[in-house]
Design a protein around this ligand. Sequence first.
Ligand SMILES: Cc1cc2nc3c(=O)[nH]c(=O)nc-3n(C[C@H](O)[C@H](O)[C@H](O)COP(=O)(O)OP(=O)(O)OC[C@H]3O[C@@H](n4cnc5c(N)ncnc54)[C@H](O)[C@@H]3O)c2cc1C
Length: 197
Amino acid sequence: MKYDVIIIGAGAAGFGCALNLGSANDKFDWAKDKKYLMLDDNKSDLNVGRYCNVAGVEFGINGVDLLVKMKNQIKNYPAIELKEEKATKIEKIGNTFKVTTENSTFESEIVVLATGLHKFDIEVDGVVVKDNIFVPKPNLIYLENKNNVIAPNLYVAGLASGVPTMFACASGDGTKVACDIFTQWSGKVAVVHDVKA
Ligand SMILES: Cc1cc2nc3c(=O)[nH]c(=O)nc-3n(C[C@H](O)[C@H](O)[C@H](O)COP(=O)(O)OP(=O)(O)OC[C@H]3O[C@@H](n4cnc5c(N)ncnc54)[C@H](O)[C@@H]3O)c2cc1C
């Protein structure tokens, strides 16, 4: 199955990216008919956290409940699919990425790595895993990047890109990557805003 964007990781960054991508489809001709796939192996830090300081989010929400809310939120955008599968390998064949999981293979024009800061165990050329010097704890990683870009059409978002380890930073970084993809597709600066009727 071929997608326009595959996002690996469905945590704060992955959902921040996917929700913004999916919200563009019915607003812009250049986004019409685009298809997005999220792949996730359910190890988000949200599974263990409790959230009191995320603006606009219910005080003290259990991270598992926050994940459920985001999973439900993407259902508003039929262009987004979420599959519980661990990505194991990414290959670039011509202009297409082939993403292999434990069960299947998927193809995409663009890949976003939103894999968090614990480890990076996907076999892929050109990704440099570094010690995460932007966090207070040891033995964590980020992926070398320039302004969220690792290589043409290969982006990184969230804690994997080296942002501070706060939900809003990770989610916002995913959103920023979605906007960068919009710019790439439309050839101009683009954002998606809904306006009340
Ligand atoms: C105990 C705890 C408490 C916290 N409390 C707060 C708080 O109070 N306020 C706050 O703002 N932040 C808090 N945080 C931080 C917040 O949870 C993170 O900043 C946020 O979850 C990071 O989002 P992310 O998308 O970058 O990574 P994650 O949410 O960790 O998501 C990464 C996702 O990638 C998936 N993945 C990785 N590799 C693969 C692969 N090969 N294939 C498929 N999927 C893959 C993982 O399974 C995971 O679901 C807390 C964190 C912890 C651990």
